[in-house]
Design a protein around this ligand. Structure first.
Ligand SMILES: [Zn+2]
Length: 354
């Protein structure tokens, strides 16, 4: 690996050792060779997942192999006894793709690497709420934490799965998450906001410091019961109902299905000629944050499926296959709603909510 000019206070022979070990690690990742022996045992599976994404040079890039960008060492400094912080920039064609940070430790002459999460959060507080271990720098909302713990158990049990334990890091925004994971900069996600990360390898990173991650926890468990590819309308609908609408409002509260139902009713009062099928198909931005009217309408359908057909109906919905045609085929079989009667039937469902 090339190195940009910077003067590190780390002794030259140590620098060389670390650089060689890092070169080996990156080479093994790029060439699909095992690298777990170079990973610190703390959070090893998460470190392995995130390091795997270096192959495509981006937090979501682990499936690609991006050889256009070459790594350059841009920083190396000590953060403790035999403990170091390293920054690597991926640059190609005068373009910065990403800056990735690593923590390295020298143990008995061996160098082991980790994502910076555990070092950066070493002074954070920890609170266990049921199956969820929250990690936070300053504050936690225990009411929301208790709600999420309950939902985690409830969603798993509804789908007939064992509820899992999670380590949940409460982070203020998306870029704080990326920094903890080691992406100081990632061109693919630059400019994004209001997002979370996980569940991955038993870890969750919050959406805007909110304790309730039940929307994506539903997707996580649904993934385990699904045998076909994901149907986004079907799953978003259930995720909106069993979890929440994923995004937070201006007060940092999770936006709920109930709140969105009220907003949709207001919209329909102001737009009496609006077609619910058009809203479903075209999904215009009529709801706050990045919440979707299509997913809200699908959540009314999934509630009706659950009410009339129970969990076997929900599982049929999850497994209906890709695309709207498959979705409507199964919804029609389950509760007789289809594109022909959608406007009337959805309106009837909507009227059941306060
Ligand atoms: Zn979703």
């Amino acid at each position: 690996m090339k190195s940009t000019v910077f003067s590190s206070e780390v002794p030259k022979d140590t620098q060389l050792k670390i650089k060689q070990a890092l070169d080996t690690l990156i080479y093994r990742i790029q060439n699909n060779k095992a690298f777990s022996s170079a990973i610190d045992s703390t959070g090893a599976t998460l470190s392995e997942t995130i390091f795997g994404s270096i192959k495509g040079v981006g937090i979501y890039g682990n499936t690609r192999n991006d050889s256009l960008y070459s790594p350059q060492l841009i920083n190396l400094h000590a953060i403790g006894a035999n403990q170091y912080f390293i920054s690597v920039a991926y640059i190609g064609n005068n373009t910065l793709k990403a800056i990735v940070n690593f923590e390295a430790a020298i143990h008995a002459n061996r160098i082991i690497f980790s994502i910076p999460l555990f070092y950066l959060t070493r002074n954070w507080k920890i609170k266990k709420v049921g199956r969820i271990t929250y990690h936070y720098a300053d504050n936690i909302n225990m009411k929301r934490a208790a709600i999420f713990n309950k939902k985690n158990t409830r969603i798993a049990k509804k789908l007939g799965l064992p509820p899992e334990n999670f380590d949940f890091y409460l982070v203020d925004d998306y870029f704080d998450i990326l920094k903890l994971l080691g992406y100081a900069y990632d061109s693919e996600t630059a400019g994004h906001e209001n997002d979370g990360f996980g569940p991955v390898n038993g870890y969750i990173f919050s959406i805007m410091h909110n304790e309730d991650f039940s929307h994506d926890v539903f997707h996580y468990y649904a993934d385990k019961v699904r045998t076909h590819s994901r149907n986004s309308a079907a799953e978003e609908g259930i995720a909106y109902s069993w979890g929440n609408a994923y995004y937070t409002d201006e007060h940092g509260e999770m936006i709920s299905q109930g709140h969105l139902v009220k907003l949709l009713k207001q919209y329909l009062l102001q737009n009496p000629n609006a077609s619910l099928l058009d809203l479903f198909n075209k999904n215009p931005s009529i709801l706050p944050s990045k919440t979707k009217v299509r997913s809200l309408l699908a959540s009314l359908i999934s509630d009706e499926v659950e009410r009339r057909k129970g969990i076997s109906g929900i599982k049929a919905l999850i497994d209906c296959g890709h695309g709207d045609d498959n979705y409507f085929k199964v919804v029609n079989q389950l509760i007789g709603i289809n594109v022909v009667n959608f406007n009337v039937e959805e309106k009837r469902l909507l009227d059941n909510y306060n």
